[in-house]
Design a protein around this ligand. Structure first.
Ligand code: C5J
Length: 221
């Protein structure tokens, strides 16, 4: 069985049942003028990981393994947007409002698209999700089952929100989950670091962690 040099201990995996899940690498979180920026965040932190996420995706594609992308977005009529989510806080723009990249976090708008460098290839699954977790009100679980996946490598943004929520959901459903430490980012570095620590604490209570280099090395073994 191939093995990734992971924390808190090595991650043994069956390559034929392993896939990459790339969470929410969307313009609305990563580029100026989107949802992340409207909440007052510095998006350059997230922009900085795009090349590493690209390297990871390309490594999985080269190895012939599944890549699944998610996008946090809502229906144009906002029927899947709870008022508690829309009305929270005091952002410059709320979900559904028109912004420089179209309506904020609405499916089909330019801001909801994945950044061009990481565009999904034809045939790769793209899951639109109204929540933080990818299993909530989506076909994500069915996609994983159809592809026969059991070992999930996670990348994307933001570490402590949608990435961690989805990892926890997957862990509860019996998947073995590993987070790439350098292909995930938060607007708050201390939250990214804390999420990474929480995931691998207590004997990998949510999952394992490893840098991209070590993951790709194990895929090529
Ligand atoms: C947030 C996400 N942070 N993709 N979404 O609202 O983490």
């Amino acid at each position: 069985m191939p093995r990734i040099a992971a924390q808190p201990f090595p991650f043994d995996f069956d390559k034929s049942r392993t896939g990459l899940v790339v969470i929410d690498m969307q313009r609305d979180f990563i580029e100026p003028g989107g949802f992340g920026a409207s909440l007052g965040n510095d998006v350059s932190r997230l922009q900085a990981i795009v090349p590493t996420v690209k390297t990871l995706i390309e490594g999985f594609r080269r190895a012939g393994l599944a890549v699944v992308h998610t996008r946090e977005c809502h229906r144009p009529d906002l029927s899947d947007l709870p008022p508690a989510k829309r009305d929270r806080g005091n952002p410059a723009l709320r979900i559904g409002d028109p912004g420089p990249m179209g309506r904020i976090l609405v499916a089909g708008e330019p801001g909801a698209e994945i950044v061009s460098e990481l565009a999904p290839l034809p045939g790769e699954a793209v899951i639109d999700k109204p929540g933080k977790g990818a299993f909530y009100r989506t076909g994500f679980g069915d996609v994983l089952k159809d592809k026969g996946l059991h070992y999930l490598v996670f990348a994307g943004v933001t570490t402590e929100v949608c990435v961690q929520t989805t990892m926890r959901e997957a862990n509860d459903r019996g998947y073995d989950c590993l987070l790439t430490t350098d292909a995930t980012e938060s607007y708050f570095p201390e939250f990214r670091d804390a999420a990474i620590d929480m995931i691998r604490a207590q004997g990998a209570i949510v999952g394992w962690t490893a840098p991209t280099r070590d993951i790709l090395e194990a895929l090529n073994d």
